[in-house]
Design a binder for this molecule. Sequence first.
Ligand SMILES: Nc1ncnc2c1ncn2[C@@H]1O[C@H](COP(=O)(O)OP(=O)(O)OP(=O)(O)O)[C@@H](O)[C@H]1O
Ligand SMILES: [Mg+2]
Length: 252
Amino acid sequence: MKNLSLENLSKTYFDPYAGTTVNAVQDVSLNVAAGEFVAVVGPSGCGKTTILNMIAGFVPISGGRVLVGGKEVKGPGPDRGVVFQSFALFPWKTVAENVTFGPKMRGVGKAERAKIAEEYLALAGLSHAADRYPNELSGGMQQRVGVVRALANNPDVLLMDEPFASVDAQTRMTLQEELTRIWEERRPTVIFITHDVAEAVFLANRVVVLSKGNVLEEVDIDLPRPRSWDRLVEDGDFKGLSNKVLQLVRSA
Ligand SMILES: Nc1ncnc2c1ncn2[C@@H]1O[C@H](COP(=O)(O)OP(=O)(O)OP(=O)(O)O)[C@@H](O)[C@H]1O
Ligand SMILES: [Mg+2]
């Protein structure tokens, strides 16, 4: 795993309707240690997705730079895995083929890919669904395939933008517990964007609160692991941290 650092990162968009420029991200600096899980929260339009897109290399950087393991990012690459809210699985490929698509593109052979599919589908509790097609799965199951498909590329950094936003509350808690378990086992470096303060506090080692393109505050989440909702839902420290982050977001 590698560390990630954002150095004075900025993004200016041109708004063709207003004929003006928008400073979506202004001078953001952030260091994420190798194997750290950082959640990013903040009001709608504060620049979260823009930051993630610049890290992923999908959107040109206006100022500053992004470093992965000390190396400057120049565009998209397999060292960064991405899971978006409206991620797309390939509907014509089975679950196992979806999960091993990245490795296949990298030239990994069939036998090795079968092993990767087995390993990652087990991690997601989806071994039984290997040969099914995405439209035969529930939304939550598809979401899990999206997460392990990104992991199967063995990225140095995992970038997630509201990956659980479109699933029901019950499934969402299960997905959060599964992601925590996977993270605790594998320790990837993660940036996880969400609007859900409880989700951020449950998952992360540190929560970064953004306000209009700037970092407002960072809150360390020193809750013990392994974490589960059974344990945390009534936990005083969890509630205290969630309230603290919520107040920050509301003031942002
Ligand atoms: N392609 C674009 N062209 C022009 N302006 C853009 C573009 N993408 C985003 N913006 C503007 O940049 C700002 C930040 O947008 P961004 O999508 O990063 O916010 P966000 O924090 O992810 O919001 P949300 O929580 O609603 O997803 C907003 O003012 C938005 O209107
Ligand atoms: Mg967004």
